[in-house]
Design a protein around this ligand. Structure first.
Ligand SMILES: [Zn+2]
Length: 339
């Protein structure tokens, strides 16, 4: 995912050297801070202290401990970028997991290309269907590829990136949610879609969102027999210090505004205060192609306040079962009452 870049921003495919890259990253970071200050509504600091709910793990019906176990299992595979052995191992693990719980699993295969060599890279979105016959459906999604290298790691940008929060956390919450879906009744059929090629990049200006773009184009060009009423994307939802503001695009688009309000209302009812009912960042993420190409009313649940982002430090110890429990609980409760 990319931060703060408005969807219309032009992107260049220029290759830049390490030094320029570091300078560029510093300037970007500086601009980002400026941007945040500009758009901050000035009440944030007071609210930050309040944004922690009193819950302990055992108070929450969504099993955060198990979700965190899944997160660790995914990270134990090691790096899982598009086209890698790690991705293949992860796919086997996920397919087994979801099929065991009674879902129908399919791969939507396509080819991306290596942004530096141009070589074709096999990619696949993993689609997990619950009640596949239902004509009205909800899309819950996350990306399951990891950044190939920890590009923002000041010490070791060629090091190892396991993507605990970005985005094993989102995948792991869906793995845990899968445990309860067969036990409940829903007004909608539900699809989990795990996107590949979200960030198969070796420099920040390269093309993101290959999987969600492909998925959205297929949905547009070969309309299925069903319709997605809503879409919810989970990205970076496992950090210890959880604060989830309303992502700006979701509040900007008229069709998704009610969904953002509804989910934050569910969080308020449950007293999960980490869902903060105010806007902060505009994030370029998989929800943009889903909305702009697929015309799916999809929002992004994302906590962008995460210092180890795109560094070697994005490891399970920066995440927490309690944060995962809170996010999983809100999504699960919303899903049960989704209209
Ligand atoms: Zn990322």
């Amino acid at each position: 995912m990319k931060k703060n870049a408005p969807p219309s921003a032009a992107s260049s495919s220029r290759r830049i050297s390490g030094q320029t890259w570091f300078l560029g990253a510093s300037i970007l970071a500086f601009l980002a801070v400026g941007w945040l200050m500009l758009f901050h509504d000035g009440r944030g600091n007071n609210n930050l202290a309040e944004a922690a709910s009193r819950f302990k793990l055992e108070d929450i019906p969504f099993d955060g401990r198990q979700a965190f176990e899944y997160l660790k299992q995914l990270c134990a595979i090691g790096p899982r970028p598009s086209g890698s052995k790690g991705m293949e191992t992860q796919q086997e693990l996920l397919q087994k997991h979801f099929e065991k719980l009674g879902a129908k699993v399919e791969y939507q295969r396509f080819h991306g290309s290596h942004p530096e060599t141009g070589a074709p890279v096999p990619m696949a979105n993993l689609i997990v269907r619950w009640h596949p016959e239902a004509k009205k459906r909800i899309l819950l999604c996350a990306h399951y590829d990891t950044l190939p290298l920890p590009l923002l790691d000041a010490r070791n940008p060629q090091g190892i990136f396991v993507g605990a929060n970005d985005n094993a956390g989102g995948v792991a919450i869906l793995m845990q949610l899968a445990e309860e879906i067969p036990k409940n009744k829903y007004e909608y059929g539900i699809d989990f879609v795990l996107f590949d090629g979200e960030e198969f990049i070796f420099a920040p200006e390269q093309r993101h969102f290959l999987g969600s773009e492909h998925f959205a184009r297929q949905y547009r060009d070969h309309p299925p027999a069903f319709h997605y009423r809503w879409g919810v994307l989970l990205d970076m939802v496992g950090a210890k210090d959880l604060k989830i503001y309303q992502e700006r695009n979701g509040m900007f688009w008229k069709d998704t505004q009610p969904l953002v309000r509804e989910i934050w209302k569910v969080a308020a009812r449950l007293e999960v205060k980490e869902f903060i009912p105010r806007q902060k960042d505009a994030i370029e993420d998989d929800h943009i192609p889903l909305h702009e190409i697929g015309k799916i009313s999809c929002i992004d649940i994302i906590d962008f306040n995460y210092p180890p982002w795109h560094t070697e430090g994005d490891t399970p110890d920066k995440c927490s079962p309690l944060s995962m429990a809170k996010v999983g609980w809100v999504v699960s409760e919303w899903l049960k009452g989704a209209k």
